[in-house]
Design a protein around this ligand. Structure first.
Ligand code: GLY
Length: 378
C-alpha cells in the first residue's frame, strides 16, 4: 500500500471514467467489447480473450461507487462465461485474463461461492495446459486444420499466472503455484533478452521441451520490442514476485521496466513497437501504456522507499497523459475511453483505436493512485 500523496487530477479523472462507463453500460450491457470502430465498441463472442476486461472495469468502479447497475452487469457477464467454460473447446491460455477479472473479482469483493467454483474450474483447465518437459503453459490451440502451435508459449500469459497463484491460496494446494512458478521461471530464462526487451512468442519442442526460437508475433519482428508484450512482462513478473517473494522475478521486472521507460516518447505513451523501423513506428499503443502504468505502480510498492519514485513517477505521468491527451471525456460519440490503442499491427487489426484493455488498465491505474483495492490479480 502506498503512502504517496494522490495527484490532484486523479479524482476528476475517476469521476469522468465512472460517468463514461455508466453511459456506455446502457448500450453495451453485459456484452464483451474489444475495439471501438467508428465510435462504438464492437461486441465479441464470450470466448474471445478480452471478455474479462469490461466486467473487470465494472467491478473496479463498483468497488467505490457501490452502484448496483455496475454490479449486476458484471455478474451477468460472469454468468455468460459459463457456457464457454462448460463447452471447453474454445478455452486457451487466456483463462486467467477471463476469470480473474470476473469470478476472482466477484469472489474477492463479495465472497460469492459460485464465483470461487468457477474460478477454480478455470484454474484447473489452465494448469492442465502445462508442458512438463518445457515448463511452460501452452498458448492457443490449433485454430485451423494442420496448425501446429503445441510448442508455443507467449509473454502475455504471464498475466494469466495470478489465477494459479490465487487457486493455491484459496485451496491450500500448492500444485497451481508450482506450475505458475515453473512457467515464470521459463519466462525469465527464455523470454527476457539481455537488454530487457522481450519476445512475444517462444517456440519450444513440445516433446523434448528444448528452446527452438523466438517469434515476432504481434511485434514487428522476432528481435523487435512489442510494447504491449513489454508491459505484460513488467506487470506479470511483478505479480509473480508479489505472490512468491522470489527476487529473480523482481529483478527481471525491474530490468524490463527500465527498458520500457527509457524508450517512452515525450508524451509518455509508447509506440506500438519500440524497435519497428521509423517509417512503421508511427502508431501508439495506449493500452501498453495503461497496462505498464498499473504494473509499475505495483512495482513501486514492492521496492524500497528510495527506489519507489523510479517507477511511481513515470507511471503517474503515463496515466496523466492518457487522461489529458488521450481521453474522450465529454464526447458521447466515442464509447472508448482512451484513444490510440493498437491491437495487432502486423495483422492490420484494430490500429489506432480505443481498446477495452486500455480502458481497463487505465481505470485500474487510477484505482492504484487512489489506493482503492482490492486488485484482482493480487
Ligand atoms: N493477448 C493478446 C494481446 O495482447 O493482444
Amino acid at each position: 500500500m502506498s503512502t504517496e500523496i494522490k495527484p490532484d487530477w486523479v479524482e476528476e479523472a475517476w469521476k469522468q471514467a465512472l460517468e463514461k462507463t455508466l453511459h456506455n453500460s446502457v448500450r453495451i450491457g453485459a456484452g464483451f467489447p474489444h475495439a471501438s470502430q467508428g465510435g462504438r465498441y464492437v461486441l465479441e463472442e464470450p470466448y474471445w480473450w478480452t471478455a474479462g476486461f469490461w466486467p473487470g472495469q465494472l467491478w473496479l468502479l463498483f468497488n467505490e461507487s457501490r452502484n448496483d447497475t455496475l454490479r449486476t452487469l458484471a455478474e451477468q457477464c460472469e454468468e455468460r462465461l459459463d457456457d464457454v467454460l462448460n463447452e471447453y473447446v474454445r478455452l486457451d491460455h487466456d483463462l486467467g485474463f477471463m476469470w480473474t477479472l470476473t469470478s476472482v473479482a466477484s469472489y474477492k469483493l463479495l465472497g460469492n461461492e459460485i464465483s470461487k467454483v468457477r474460478a477454480m474450474k478455470a484454474a484447473n483447465f489452465l494448469a492442465a495446459r502445462f508442458n512438463l518437459k518445457g515448463s511452460f503453459i501452452r498458448a492457443w490451440n490449433p485454430w485451423f486444420e494442420g496448425e501446429d502451435n503445441r510448442g508455443y508459449a507467449i509473454i502475455d500469459c504471464a498475466m494469466n499466472m495470478p489465477l494459479l497463484f490465487w487457486a493455491s491460496e484459496v485451496s491450500g494446494d500448492p500444485r497451481y503455484r508450482h506450475i505458475a512458478e515453473s512457467h515464470m521461471d521459463t519466462v525469465v530464462k527464455h523470454f527476457i533478452r539481455p537488454d530487457g526487451s522481450v519476445y512475444h512468442i517462444v517456440r519450444f519442442d513440445s516433446e523434448t521441451g528444448e528452446f527452438i526460437e523466438g517469434i515476432g508475433g504481434q511485434g514487428y519482428a522476432a528481435d523487435s520490442a512489442w510494447s504491449r508484450g513489454t508491459a505484460w512482462a513488467i506487470y506479470g513478473l511483478t505479480l509473480a514476485y508479489h505472490h512468491t517473494d522470489k527476487l529473480e522475478y523482481l529483478y527481471a521486472a525491474q530490468k524490463v521496466a527500465h527498458f520500457f521507460l527509457a524508450r517512452l516518447p515525450e508524451d509518455h505513451v509508447p509506440h506500438w513497437d519500440f524497435r519497428a523501423p521509423l517509417e512503421e513506428r508511427d502508431f501508439r499503443d495506449s493500452s501498453a501504456g495503461a497496462c505498464a502504468a498499473s504494473g509499475l505502480l505495483l512495482l513501486a510498492d514492492k521496492v524500497g522507499e528510495l527506489e519507489a519514485p523510479v517507477y511511481r513517477e513515470p507511471a503517474t505521468k503515463i496515466l496523466e497523459s492518457l487522461y489529458r491527451n488521450y481521453g474522450t471525456w465529454g464526447n458521447d460519440a466515442e464509447e472508448g475511453m482512451i484513444l490510440h490503442g493498437t491491437s495487432n499491427y502486423p495483422a492490420g487489426q484494430n490500429i489506432d483505436v480505443p481498446l477495452i484493455y486500455g480502458d481497463f488498465f487505465y481505470v485500474e491505474g487510477l484505482a492504484r493512485l487512489k489506493d482503492k483495492g482490492p486488485f484482482y490479480w493480487e
